[in-house]
Design a protein around this ligand. Sequence first.
Ligand code: F6R
Length: 243
Amino acid sequence: MRLKQFKNYEELSDFAATDIADAIKNKPSLVLCLASGDTPKLTVDLLVKKIKEEKINYSKITFIGLDEWVGLPPTNTGSCHYFFQNKLIGPLQLKPSQYFLFDALAADLQNDCKKMDQFINDKNGIDIMLVGIGMNGHIGFNEPGTSFNSLSHVIELDEITRSVGQKYFNEQVELGKGITIGFKHLLNTKKVFLMANGSKKAELIKKTVEGPVTESFPASIMQKHNNGFVIVDEEACMVKSFH
Ligand code: F6R
């Protein structure tokens, strides 16, 4: 794992978007997995802009959504589905065969997890994953205590995730469970970016890169990935030794 620091959110996002755009140029059949949430917003916008402006051929890329709030319809503006549809799938007009998102309304969620695992295997794994970090150190909805060996699964959301998650919604929602890609997929992904910006993430990033590697602090899994990059802006970084 390596830590890279950028001056601000704009430079951080531009770095990630450029890296992904270049990766598509080098491998047109790239398999990309993204988190939703506040952190990757600008990266996704810049990526779509670059793809369009540079006329990058994205007809063979595959996109995978990292996670979803169980029970929310895709029309809910706070859902991950809505985020991906509006920021990536819609603007690029991806074909249904080019992406896979969890179905938060599936009657059989376990089966949906199996479908996701199968989809990832059929694609021969994920090339690039860009994730954020939750205020409890989670990645995706891999909450504290999740096995580093987990595949896609349904999970009872942590209290912190339930309360912080309200920020995505216009009105109070009942957030109970999440459905998420597990850590086995993260460890098998060829290149992983964990992105963070702002001072509220600084302590969490310090723990991610300097703390013990433990399932009780999920983001510490980044230390186990030999092509993992923790990418942060100045405000999110207090780890002087890595500069
Ligand atoms: C969302 C997701 C979450 C977020 C994390 C940080 O799809 O996977 O793990 O990445 O909660 O959220 P933000 O970026 O809103 O601070």
